[in-house]
Design a protein around this ligand. Sequence first.
Ligand code: GDG
Length: 461
Amino acid sequence: MARLVIVSNRVPIPKSRGATAGGLAVALRDIMTPGSMWFGWSGRLTAEPSLQPSLVEARGVTYATVDLANEAYKHFYVGFANGVLWPLLHFRLGLMHFRREDYEGYLAVNRTYADSLIKVLHADDTVWAHDYHLIPFGRLMRERGFQGPMGFFLHVPFVPPSMMEAVPVGRELIEDLCAYDILGFQTEEHARDFRDCAERMVGATVDGEWVKLNGRMTRAFADPIGIDAEAFARDAGRAATDKSVQRMAGSIVGREIAIGVDRMDYSKGLPNRFEAYASLLGRYPEHQRKIHLLQICPRSREEVDEYRKLRSELDRLAGRINGRFSDFDWTPLRYSTRAAPRSTLAGLYRLARIGLVTPLRDGMNLVAKEYVAAQNDDDPGVLVLSKFAGAAQELTEALIVNPFDPDAIADAMHQALTMPLPERRERHLALKAKVYRTTAALYARTFIDALARRSVPKLAA
Ligand code: GDG
């Protein structure tokens, strides 16, 4: 029987009944029907890993995982994926550290994945690979003889040719992506940037969404990811009984909350956000003592230098803001580097008058959608959203800001704090309709349909 096989670097094996699923697992829940498979890294590093994947079954889904070699993983994950591709795809060429041995490690891990998956793959399976860790994986599968439908979804942004050309292996990356049948991007802008790279850098022919290279057709299109809005709204509604939410509500009586929730990552614009908050308190002193900024930013990728530097910068900025503005009974900035449970998060979004989502660059940004879904329709908060998040293409009724301009973010926060209820409601209803329309389920179905229709039109001569 033909199966759907998801491939991602991390595999979300359910640990126990009712355990909270990660973002991708939620997005793919509807299509991971019994019989399907999820393949990727086991999370274990060993000296000489076996290519035979270990199989675990949970709720009818087979989770197939492979161990990786220590040294190769370091080059793959720290060196190339997060030292080259992540900064490049987030427009941060200055943070990109290219080394040939890292690229070799990146290819080696992708070869391990292909060699391992091919052992358990059926000829009529459909393969869907996820994210920038797996760019060469499709070509490697084709080289190993797999002919079935194969798609790739990029969760992060893409870049125009002028940036892609800065990577010494940019051409190889573009050619590798052309080995997939279907390429999904978060926005039309990212899909177009890819098609431009294919045309300019490797001489592909582009016709609408189709890219032709060496006789093979690839469709590059936008398929924005979403959330399970109904379930998230339900969690937010119930969260009034959550102890942490109650404690928070009790400690802010009479004050407003602005909330930020981000992995601690330099793409999320956190220093600018903290400066924006200082600008709000400095230029609009009427808000002093009347607002808290609650920033939740779980630590992430601490093996990468840039992330450690970011943490010290945020510690310093938070100290400076609280030192300058706080009073005995008011701490303006509350900042936590620990992850909060998902239900607590939902409740905190609902309490907050402002959802602050100000990345410098972001594929989509699901926090923006979660914040909207969590609001109370009768008294909703206001989303302040960076124009450089993929979500800004859809969520146009948010207050859209340039995240490089802290004073502009501060002005938007002031506007949100003084916005009359009818305007808040009107904006919220429009945003809510969009978040309920472009859901996780629609995203997954759209991609699978595209893969099923991978047969290709003739390019105009
Ligand atoms: C990549 C792309 C794209 C955060 N802190 C906590 C927590 N979170 C959850 C959020 C949200 C998720 O993590 C973060 O998703 P984002 O979309 O904001 O960002 P990335 O992690 O960078 O994800 C991004 C995404 O892939 C999907 O395609 O949108 O552009 O960069 O769901 O709620 N969850 C819990 N505690 C926390 O403290 N439970």
